[in-house]
Design a binder for this molecule. Structure first.
Ligand code: KG4
Ligand code: ZN
Length: 362
């Protein structure tokens, strides 16, 4: 049997994305970025995001179909992110997906954005050989680390669709704190990638940052203390005179290492407590080479990462991958029940959202 072909939409934050996937294979993955629009605010401005999604959604979906060389008859289902995310942004994708489902008489699948990030490591390029595909399907007990601008979570994957959050940030997300400190340094938005670049040119030992939450016994994280420490240190340094280029590079290297050391400290704690065979890394910050290197080097476990940078950041192909597993379990949603869930946590199946039926019955 051939795998189902799914058209997916993600408008959870500031990127309008549509993709076509067949099983785990990505046939197209279009992202219309709004970064230029939000730069002036130093973060995502919800009403601006909503307006841009409204403008971008139709051309993005059309382009996704075109790049996949497919027409609507070939699409077996439509998937859409219903949360977590910005309510006004989610609304645009959900309404558009509902209209498409009605117009073309397709079943609809509701996807959790975080499950998309978690499963993004399973997305495969169209060009992969059958053997390579099979090798990728073998997996042992999995610990997932989702690190993005909105979330930082350790998740135990009991099986696909069955997740247990072992720990998560109690304040800012890792990407968020990199963006905020980047703003203090006037690096532009989003700053994670720029900090990574500058960090390569600096000395990570130049400034000493504290290691947070070493006395707590849980696996939660907290980045706000590091942010305050960074602000105070910067005030002290710039109180004397503007930072030199070398100081900026050193600051980026030291701060980035501090953020990753904190994640790494808690990761190690989890690994001492439970047995895992592999680690899956997802979310915008997973594009960071230093983070990947630190995890690979010191855990000795197999590390799976999304196969392109595009799959690390927000994109709809990862939503298509998550939807594929729901399709196999007949987890379709009734259109009238489908609504945005801005705070939908991973691991909460919200069974009332789903109305299990066969695709032809909706
Ligand atoms: O997953 P994502 O695109 O959106 C959310 O769901 O939040 O993540 C965006 C975050 C931003 O905070 C951005 O600064 C960060 O990912 N980021 C990075 C890198 N590229 C993007 N952080 C560290 N290193 C990078 N190379
Ligand atoms: Zn995301």
């Amino acid at each position: 049997m051939t795998s189902p072909i799914i058209l997916s939409i993600d408008t959870s934050c500031d990127d309008t994305s549509a993709a076509v996937t067949q099983g785990l294979t990505v046939l197209s993955n279009i992202v219309a970025s709004q970064v230029e629009l939000h730069k002036q605010y130093g973060g995502v401005f919800p009403t601006v995001a909503k307006q841009a999604h409204q403008q971008n959604i139709e051309p993005t979906v059309n382009l996704a179909l075109k790049r996949a060389h497919l027409t609507w008859e070939k699409i077996d289902a439509i998937a859409v992110t219903i949360g977590p995310g910005l309510a006004p942004a989610l609304e645009i994708g959900i309404n558009y997906a509902k209209n498409l489902a009605r117009k073309f008489d397709k079943p609809i699948i509701a996807v959790n954005h975080l499950e998309g990030h978690l499963l993004s490591v399973l997305a495969q390029p169209n060009s992969l050989s059958t053997e390579a595909r099979r090798a990728k399907e073998d997996r042992s007990s999995v610990l997932s680390l989702i690190v993005s601008g909105g979330h930082t979570q350790f998740v135990k994957v009991n099986q696909i669709g069955d997740y247990q959050i072992l720990g998560q940030t109690i304040d800012d997300a890792a990407g968020e704190v990199l963006d905020k400190v980047g703003r203090m340094l006037n690096l532009g938005y989003p700053a994670g990638g720029i900090i990574e670049k500058f960090a390569r040119l600096g000395d990570e030992q130049a400034f000493k940052f504290p290691l947070p939450m070493t006395t707590t016994h849980d696996f939660n994280l907290s980045f706000s203390g590091l942010k305050t420490f960074a602000r105070n240190l910067l005030e002290k340094l710039t109180g004397q005179k503007p930072l030199t280029k070398t100081q900026i590079y050193d600051f980026c290297a030291s701060f980035q290492t501090a953020v990753f050391k904190h994640i790494f400290y808690k990761l190690n704690k989890i690994l001492q407590n439970d047995n895992f065979g592999e680690i899956w890394l997802g979310g915008g910050v997973s594009a960071n080479i230093k983070l990947r290197f630190m995890i690979r080097k010191s855990t000795g476990l197999k590390l799976r990462i999304p196969h392109t940078k595009k799959l690390c950041a927000d994109n709809a192909a990862m939503i298509g991958v998550a939807a594929y597993f729901k399709f196999l379990k007949n987890e379709f949603s009734a259109l009238e029940n489908l609504d945005r869930q801005p705070n939908w946590p991973l691991g909460d199946t919200q069974s009332n959202l789903f109305h299990t039926t066969s695709p032809g019955l909706i």
